[in-house]
Design a binder for this molecule. Structure first.
Ligand code: C2E
Ligand code: MG
Ligand code: MG
Length: 497
C-alpha cells in the first residue's frame, strides 16, 4: 500500500472514531442542536467518503500507469530503456548540463537482417546485448529505440564515432569472436542538440533523418551529422508531402518518354514512361527526390496509376490516328504492385481502353523481389496472364539476379546502368554484360542496356548483339509531343516488340 493511501485510511479511521465517540456521549438525551450536529456530521462524513473513494481511484490509476511505464520502458532483451525513457532522461540530464556540448547519436547495425540469417537469431540477440552493455557503460541516456537501432547522448566531437567504433569492436571480439568483427559494421546519425529548445520528437526525427543519410553511404561505419544541408533536405521532403496531393489535381505531374534504340535496325524500338513533376511551389523536382518519399507514404500508387493511365491514353490516340504503334514500358513500384487492390485496378484500367496489352510492359525493379517475395511474384504471374509484358528493371543491382531469372517469367531484362559505367574501365564488367546477353538469348528474353551515354558504349553493345540501348546518347526523356513528332508520327503503321 502506498504512503498516500495509508494516510487517507488513517484520516477516515480518526473521523469515524470521533463520530462514534460524540454519538455515544450525547445519545442518551440529545438536544435539538446536538441532533442537528450529529446529522450534519453524518452527511459530511458521507461526502468525505465519496471524495475519498474518488481520490483513492486516482491514486490507484497513477500507480498502475507508473508500473506499466516501468514495465514497458525496459527492453526485456537488453535491459535498456526505450524512447519514452530517453525523453525523460534527456530533459533531466540537460537541466544540469549545457545542451550545446552534446549530440543525440543513433546507431544502427548495417545489414543486421543478413547477420541474423547468416549466424542465427540467437547470435543476433547476443550482438544486441553486447552493444547495449557498451552503451550503458560509457554513454548517457542509452536506449534501444527499436530493432537494431540504439540512441544515446555523447559529447559532440569529430572523434566520438571513432572511439565508439573501437569500443564496440573490442567487445564483439572478446564476447563473440574475431571472425564476427569482420562482418559487422554500423551506421550512425548524429544530431547536435544546440540550444535544445525543440521538442524531443523533433530531435529524434532529425537524428533518424541523419541516419537514413548515413545508410546511403556504402562505406563501413559511415556517419552523418544533421546539419543545415540535411535540414534543407528534410524541409524539402516536408514541402513535397504538403504539395503532392494538390499537384496531382493541378496536373503538375507529367508523362515523359525516353525512347530506346533497336540496335539491329538503328530505329526507335519504343520507350520508357517516366514521371516528371514541375511544381508551382517547389519548381522542378527530380524523381529521385520524390519517388522514395512517395514509396514511403504510399502516394506512389496514385502516381503509378496516373502514368499508366496517361500511357493508355497516348497509345489509344496513336491507334485512333493510325500512327506507328511502339511498345512502352511503365515503372511500377514494389509498393504499388503489393497494394491490396492493385490487380483489380489494373484489370479495370485495361478494360477501359482499346489498347493491345502486349504494347505495354510493366517494369518491376529487381529489388522489388527482396521484400514481399510471394506477393510480388504471384502478382507478376497475373499481370502477364492479363496480357501485359514484364520488364525486369535495374537487373544486376540486387543480390539474387539469377534466382529472379529462374523463377519469374520475364520478357525483357534492363541491365543496370552501373554495369555499363564500369564496362568503360573493367574487362570483367564487359564480360558480365556479354554473358547476360548470351544467357538471355538462350532463355528467349530480350535485353535493354540502360544509361548508354557514348558512341563507344553504343558500338560495344551492338558488337555483342544487345537488342536495345536506352540512354542520353540516343535520346533523353522528352515530352509526349516531342516523342510523337520525332519517333511516331511519320512512320508507317507496324507493331514492333
Ligand atoms: P529507371 O526506371 O531505371 O529509369 C531510368 C532512369 O535513368 C531515368 O531517370 C532516366 O532519365 C535515367 N537515364 C536514362 N538514360 C540515362 C543516361 O544515359 N545517363 C544517366 N545518367 N541517366 C540516364 P529518372 O527519370 O530520373 O528516374 C529515376 C528513377 O525513378 C527511375 O529509374 C525509376 O526507378 C523511377 N521512376 C521514374 N518514373 C517513375 C514512375 O512513373 N513510377 C515509378 N514507380 N518509378 C519511376
Ligand atoms: Mg525503369
Ligand atoms: Mg532502370
Amino acid at each position: 500500500m502506498s504512503r498516500i493511501k495509508r494516510v487517507l485510511y488513517a484520516i477516515v479511521l480518526i473521523i469515524f472514531t470521533a463520530l462514534v465517540v460524540s454519538y455515544v456521549a450525547v445519545s442518551a438525551e440529545p438536544t435539538l442542536a446536538q441532533s442537528f450536529a450529529i446529522t450534519m456530521s453524518v452527511i459530511l462524513f458521507a461526502f468525505f467518503m465519496l471524495c475519498l473513494i474518488i481520490a483513492l481511484d486516482i491514486v490507484n490509476d497513477r500507480e498502475k500507469t507508473r508500473e506499466l511505464d516501468k514495465a514497458t520502458a525496459r527492453d526485456p532483451l537488453t535491459g535498456l530503456g526505450n524512447d519514452s525513457s530517453m525523453e525523460r532522461g534527456i530533459s533531466a540530464f540537460l537541466t544540469k548540463n549545457r545542451p550545446s556540448r552534446y549530440s543525440l547519436v543513433c546507431l544502427d547495425i548495417a545489414e543486421f537482417h543478413r547477420f541474423n540469417v547468416m549466424f542465427g537469431y540467437a547470435a543476433g540477440d547476443y550482438l544486441l546485448k553486447i552493444i547495449a552493455d557498451v552503451l550503458r557503460a560509457d554513454y548517457r541516456c542509452a536506449v534501444r529505440s527499436f530493432g537494431d537501432v540504439f540512441l544515446f547522448l555523447d559529447e559532440t566531437s569529430s572523434v566520438m564515432i571513432e572511439g565508439l567504433k573501437y569500443k564496440l569492436y573490442d567487445a564483439i571480439e572478446s564476447d563473440l569472436g574475431r571472425q564476427y568483427v569482420q562482418v559487422i559494421s554500423f551506421k550512425f546519425g548524429v544530431c547536435p542538440l544546440g540550444d535544445f529548445c525543440k521538442p524531443y520528437r523533433l530531435i529524434r526525427d532529425n537524428v533518424m533523418f541523419a541516419l537514413k543519410y548515413a545508410k546511403k553511404n556504402p562505406k563501413q561505419n559511415a556517419f552523418a551529422f544533421y546539419n543545415s544541408e540535411l535540414q534543407k533536405e528534410s524541409v524539402l521532403q516536408k514541402d513535397i508531402e504538403m504539395n503532392m496531393l494538390h499537384a496531382l489535381s493541378k496536373e503538375e505531374f507529367q508523362l515523359y518518354i525516353q525512347p530506346k534504340c533497336n540496335l539491329l535496325t538503328g530505329e526507335c524500338g519504343g520507350g520508357e514512361a517516366l514521371v516528371r513533376w514541375s511544381s508551382d511551389q517547389l519548381g522542378f523536382v527530380t524523381p529521385n527526390k520524390f519517388i522514395p518519399l512517395f514509396e514511403k507514404n504510399g502516394f506512389i500508387v496514385e502516381i503509378d496509376f496516373f502514368i499508366l493511365t496517361s500511357v493508355f491514353n497516348m497509345i489509344e490516340t496513336h491507334i485512333a490516328r493510325g500512327m506507328r504503334l511502339l511498345p512502352i514500358s511503365v515503372n511500377q513500384s514494389k509498393i504499388t504492385i503489393s497494394f491490396p487492390n492493385y490487380l483489380e485496378r489494373l484489370r479495370n484500367l485495361a478494360k477501359k481502353y482499346h489498347v493491345p496489352l502486349s504494347l505495354i510492359s510493366i517494369e518491376i525493379t529487381e529489388s522489388a523481389m527482396e521484400a514481399n517475395y510471394e506477393t510480388v511474384v504471384s502478382a507478376i504471374y497475373e499481370i502477364r496472364e492479363m496480357g501485359f509484358r514484364i520488364d525486369m528493371d535495374d537487373f544486376g543491382s540486387g543480390y539474387s539476379s539469377l534466382n529472379t531469372l529462374r523463377e519469374i517469367p520475364v520478357d525483357t531484362l534492363k541491365i543496370d546502368r552501373e554495369f555499363l559505367n564500369e564496362a568503360d574501365t573493367s574487362e570483367r564488367s564487359k564480360a558480365i554484360i556479354k554473358n547476360i546477353i548470351n544467357l538471355s538469348k538462350d532463355l528467349g528474353i530480350s535485353v535493354v542496356c540502360e544509361g548508354v551515354e557514348t558512341g563507344v558504349q553504343y558500338d560495344f553493345l551492338r558488337s555483342i548483339s544487345c537488342d536495345y540501348a536506352q540512354g542520353y546518347y540516343y535520346a533523353r526523356p522528352m515530352t509526349t509531343n516531342d516523342y510523337e513528332n520525332r519517333f511516331v508520327i511519320d512512320s508507317e503503321v507496324e507493331i514492333i516488340d
